[in-house]
Design a protein around this ligand. Structure first.
Ligand SMILES: [Zn+2]
Length: 232
């Protein structure tokens, strides 16, 4: 069982009344997640829900059984597998570890039962479901209307906010998943941001060197979604 006196890194859990959090604590297990790990495949049974602490997850969807792209990021502001709360046992998305780190996990069947029985948990999870729905719908609009460079700036800022760091690791393949484009498209967009002295990168290590400039370079979707709920 986790010690109850430690700061609660996951913001969703931290927003619960302390007594509720302590009641749920025996059901939570701290786990270390590795980059690229698939926590759940789309269409398969969800065994656990994950509350990221320092890890970052991406929710991926598939088009024509071939193309894969991200519809949302889930960091310490949220929880994976919210479909459990909405009555589904299978995941609509592939849940991938975008950035390694820690998360607290709970068995999906326990989460579903607690969601139904506990008003405080229901309240914070439903507020997050709304936030996630906005993120997913804005991503759909973004993919239709905004150019790759603006979208890349948006995803990098969303990653920075969730990791609370201007320095993080992200492969071209992962960026390709976020953007729904092939490697060459990622390379061009990243090079353009580097030429504008907004980011630097080398072998998957990304540095945001001008966060304000990168915000100006990002499409309005960043401010629409992230600004509405505050930084993650
Ligand atoms: Zn956009």
């Amino acid at each position: 069982m986790l010690p109850s006196h430690l700061p609660i890194a996951n913001k969703l859990l931290a927003s619960l009344p302390r007594s509720e959090y302590q009641r749920l604590l025996p059901q939570l297990e701290m786990v270390q997640l590795t980059e690229g790990e698939v926590l759940c495949e789309a269409g398969t049974l969800m065994r656990y829900v994950y509350f990221p602490c320092t890890a970052l997850l991406s929710l991926l969807t598939r088009v024509d059984e071939v193309e894969v792209f991200a519809v949302a990021l889930v960091g310490r502001e949220g929880v994976s597998s919210v479909a459990c709360a909405l009555g589904s046992q299978t995941s609509p998305f592939r849940t991938l570890v975008q950035s390694p780190g820690t998360a607290m996990r709970m068995k999906a069947r326990v989460f579903t039962a607690e969601f139904r029985a506990t008003a405080a948990l229901r309240e914070v999870v439903l507020a997050y479901v709304l936030q996630l729905t906005l993120q997913i719908s804005q991503t759909a609009a973004c993919n239709r209307f905004h150019v790759i460079e603006e979208r890349l700036a948006r995803w990098l800022l969303m990653t920075r906010d969730r990791l609370s760091s201007d320095h993080f690791h992200m492969t071209h393949e992962m960026l390709g998943n976020l953007l729904g484009v092939r490697r060459v498209g990622v390379t061009h967009a990243a090079h353009a941001l580097k030429q504008r002295h907004l980011i630097d990168y080398s072998r998957g290590a990304i540095d945001i060197v001008d966060g304000i400039g990168l915000q100006a370079a990002a499409c309005s979707c960043y401010r629409m979604v992230e600004g509405r709920h505050g930084k993650a």
